[in-house]
Design a protein around this ligand. Structure first.
Ligand SMILES: Cc1cc2nc3c(=O)[nH]c(=O)nc-3n(C[C@H](O)[C@H](O)[C@H](O)COP(=O)(O)OP(=O)(O)OC[C@H]3O[C@@H](n4cnc5c(N)ncnc54)[C@H](O)[C@@H]3O)c2cc1C
Length: 463
């Protein structure tokens, strides 16, 4: 993204940039800046005050919805605050800039025999974005969320205060999953996980029904560090379940470099993926994948950590296969006792409305300790839905129904994926006076209300 360097601090039309949600369902024209220093940040705050504009914080733009968008706001990215700043062998910790990506952190860590304890399904997420959404991975049920492993963060508040805070400070708890509305995270120190090799041992199982899916997850009793199931688009809960544990080092192991930048969008695979947006071809592809896996029945093998954790990153620009139209991902987390019924129903709702999920991922969770709850002792199902041109209203109707079914199942929404939830539905998902606490923290940390986003304007999270 072409952000203005801070020496041109003006709000001229020429500094306007069109920013998009990852799913392409929403966009904003913003005055875009890439500050080089903390002093630059203070200048941008002044510019916001003088111009009456608000500021939206933007990481790598990997949120599927409107979390890092804001019409005519000043968009501020920390791409100049990237890179590894320091590391501590004894503490097994790494300090990196807020604009550093998980990929950079993984590459650096592996050379020392470390891996981040929690990563998202894409390695392109920035550390500040990971804190602002408190991201989770396939090991959430055991390892919690990203911020459970953060030792300290450096922040810049809109009143100019610069400080470093640890998880035992109440402010930290407000900034974690604070949706970029509280303060700017400029640096993150994370305790890394030691690994004996850059590989995991993966066991794959073919499951045929929703009952088998939930039964398998429930029967594992934490015997694997990571679990995930890729639910087939057709077939009543059938899918490929994967469970992984760290692998021992082998003689000929070479440290992998991570996802390779293939030009996927001009490859045959990309066109196959585009074609698969037709139900007929998707059904054939799903069947083939299952048949192939069935032949292997229960298989075990080794995968490098990048390939296991960041499967989609290997297909550079895979998201473009959703053009024309856009990609909506619906992800909610439902307590154990309601998860199976709710997800089965939600999957059917999508199919009968003509939006068969192109990809659906089932994960096991434990409750998040964020100010506003987003994960609980349950499961989440993330469904990728293609909304072709002309079907926007139909998609909204479906989304509304999916959200209602999440509320009926006493579930929570993951706002990193959302841009269609209504304020009223969001409020109903938050128990007690948790929104009141969130708003009190917003008032304390950013009293002039300089930080905002389209997500916040839509859901009135901070009031
Ligand atoms: C293919 C794919 C797979 C994914 N898999 C997962 C997954 O497994 N688990 C998961 O939890 N998420 C997942 N995500 C979502 C993604 O990890 C989150 O949306 C993450 O927050 C994106 O980070 P980002 O750097 O792109 O930030 P953005 O998306 O640009 O912004 C995210 C939030 O961070 C705030 N922010 C940005 N910079 C700062 C800053 N310097 N200080 C304070 N706040 C800031 C923004 O205002 C916004 O609220 C996935 C996304 C994709 C595209």
């Amino acid at each position: 993204m072409d952000f203005q360097a801070s020496q041109h601090l003006t709000l001229e039309a020429k500094s306007l940039r069109r920013l998009e949600a990852f799913g392409r369902g929403d966009r904003s024209d913003c005055y875009a800046f890439a500050p080089q220093s903390e002093d630059d940040l203070l200048e941008i705050f002044d510019l916001a005050r003088k111009s009456g504009k608000q500021i939206v914080l933007r990481g790598a733009g990997r949120s599927y919805g409107d979390a890092s968008l804001g019409d005519e706001m000043i968009a501020l990215t920390l791409e100049n605050f990237s890179g590894i700043v320091d590391w501590d062998h004894d503490a097994q910790s790494v300090t990196a800039g807020g604009g550093c990506t998980l990929l950079e952190l993984c590459r650096f860590g592996l050379q020392l025999g470390w891996w981040p304890p929690v990563v998202s399904g894409t390695s392109l997420t920035t550390l500040a974005g990971a804190v602002a959404m408190d991201i989770h991975g396939k090991n959430n049920f055991l390892f919690g969320t990203f911020c459970d492993h953060v030792i300290k963060i450096k922040i810049v508040q809109t009143n100019g205060t610069v400080k470093t805070i640890a998880p035992d400070s109440p402010e930290f708890q407000a900034i974690r999953a604070g949706f970029g509305l509280m303060a700017i995270v400029t640096e993150v120190t994370i305790k890394m996980k030691p690994v004996t090799s850059a590989f995991v041992g993966v066991t794959k199982l073919i499951l045929k029904t929703w009952e088998q899916q939930f039964g398998t997850f429930n029967s594992l009793d934490n015997s694997y560090e990571s679990t995930v199931s890729w639910i087939s688009s057709f077939g009543n809960g059938s899918g490929i379940f994967e469970a992984a544990n760290p692998s021992e080092k082998s003689e000929d192991d070479v440290i992998p470099y991570g996802p390779v930048d293939q030009n996927f969008s001009s490859s045959y695979g990309y066109y196959a993926l585009r074609l698969m947006l037709s139900d007929f071809l998707l059904r054939q592809a799903s069947n083939l994948r299952l048949m192939q896996a069935q032949r292997e029945s229960k298989t075990s093998g080794r995968l490098d950590l990048y390939s296991f954790n960041f499967q989609l990153d290997k297909l550079n620009n895979w998201d473009k296969a959703y053009i024309p139209g856009y990609l909506v991902q619906f992800q909610s987390c439902i307590p154990v006792e309601n998860a199976e019924d709710t997800f089965q129903r939600q999957f059917e709702m999508c199919t009968t409305s003509g939006f068969t999920p192109r990809l659906a991922v089932l994960k096991r969770h434990r409750p998040s300790t964020t100010l506003l709850p987003y994960l609980n002792d349950g499961f989440s199902l993330a469904m990728d839905l293609h909304c072709p041109p002309g079907k926007e209203q139909k998609m909204r109707i479906l989304y509304e129904k999916l959200a209602e079914s999440t509320l009926a199942g006493r579930g929570n929404f993951y706002l990193a994926k959302d841009f269609l939830l209504t304020e009223e539905q969001f409020k109903r998902s938050i128990p007690g006076d948790k929104l009141g606490f969130f708003r009190a923290w917003k008032h304390q940390l950013d009293p002039e209300n300089l930080l905002n986003s389209k997500l916040n304007l839509r859901l009135k999270i901070a009031g």
